[in-house]
Design a protein around this ligand. Sequence first.
Ligand SMILES: [Zn+2]
Ligand SMILES: [Zn+2]
Length: 165
Amino acid sequence: MSTVSINVEIDGQQHDISECSWYFISPCGCTSGVMTTKDYDTGGWLTTEDQAMASWTPKRSVREQDKERGERLELGLREDVVERLEGECQHTPKWGAPVIPDGTEWGSATGLRTIHVVEELKDGEERSAWRAPICGAAENYFEISRSTRGDKPMCKKCLAIGAAA
Ligand SMILES: [Zn+2]
Ligand SMILES: [Zn+2]
């Protein structure tokens, strides 16, 4: 059995990729998270930023919007993880996250190409409800949850309204 070693360069020094991690860099410049360089689907290694992003965010349209917003991944040493993740982001918005108005949440509806910002769930509502998005798009039956973020890109009109609020 042969072992292939893959070397990558960090700050001018060569390192084996197994000693490295991918760090999430928010649009504000803060390090917000970490993922492994190991690709558990294939047993290989995620050696480029594009490969790592595709592994983390399989939906291409979502990934492209994240990139446009300035989300990046940066190769770093695994041993630096505690030091790199101990800082709290002091920016507004925190972690460069898209701002949505108070009392709203992201919602996803079948057949729509983007997720929209809608009024958050009220008492007695579970998961889904009829809503008219804040951008003026037609009323629809939305699954309302922050976790819809990875499903589809965010509506640009809703984003613009949130940013101006
Ligand atoms: Zn920050
Ligand atoms: Zn919208």
